[in-house]
Design a protein around this ligand. Structure first.
Ligand code: AMP
Length: 210
């Protein structure tokens, strides 16, 4: 099972990727999480990516394509994987094709911009393991701490309102054209993502098992 999750920032890709990953026992590969860890660890990659990320811009294609190329070679990808936040531009999708990776399904989670702006302000992420929560829709059972690892939950720098607006603009300009790209390959499934986490998961599985 090789799956891509498409959708605007805040559409719920990370949350749904975690659910799918557990269900099919395949890894969730999130370029956003890999980049954030690199920023935290102040690696060469992190230093290169930080200014783009803080501004709500995309990290250059060649950087993220390099990350994915390396990650997909690991043994745990043999059974399949979920790409969460990659590809985000047409050149990234073309690079995936050139690597010889054939995707089975692309799930596009549709949420309106206004709802996204509201969701972002309530979003919290674990500073240790990057698990994602929402103070109302998907709270941690441990309050300010992560259910999974006990790490502290924080507001992402790029979830600030002005940065969210920029990220949505970038999404519409550069990422949305991927819908047509995968529709023409016959593997796109569009699902509404404005309900609860569970409702959206049901629609995701319905699309995956169709
Ligand atoms: P995310 O957690 O997926 O929203 O990613 C956080 C940030 O990492 C994004 O706002 C981008 O700056 C960067 N990023 C993640 N994935 C990609 C990608 N595929 N291409 C370019 N930049 C990315």
């Amino acid at each position: 099972m090789k799956i891509i999750l498409l959708g605007a920032p805040g559409a719920g890709k990370g949350t749904q990727a975690e659910v799918i990953s557990t269900h099919y026992d395949i890894p969730q590969i999130s370029t956003g999480n890999i980049l954030k860890e690199a920023v935290r660890n102040e690696t060469e990659l992190g230093l290169k990516a930080k200014s783009f990320m803080d501004a709500g811009a995309l990290v250059p294609d060649e950087v993220v394509i390099g990350i994915i190329k390396e990650r997909l070679q690991k043994d745990d990808c043999a059974k399949g994987f979920i790409l969460d936040g990659f590809p985000r531009t047409v050149p990234q999708a073309e690079a995936l094709d050139k690597m010889g990776v054939t995707m089975d399904k692309v799930i596009d989670i549709e949420v309106s911009d206004s709802l996204i702006e509201g969701r972002m302000t309530g979003r919290r992420v674990c500073e240790k393991c990057s698990a994602s929560y929402h103070i109302e829709n998907n709270p941690s059972k441990k309050g300010e701490l992560c259910d999974k690892c006990g790490g502290k939950l924080i507001v992402r720098k790029d979830d600030k309102p002005e940065t969210v607006k920029e990220r949505l603009k970038v999404y519409h300009e550069l990422t949305e054209p991927l819908k047509a790209y995968y529709e023409s390959k016959g593997i796109l499934a569009e699902i509404p993502g404005e309900g609860t986490v569970e409702e959206t998961s049901q629609l995701v599985f319905k699309a995956l098992e169709a």
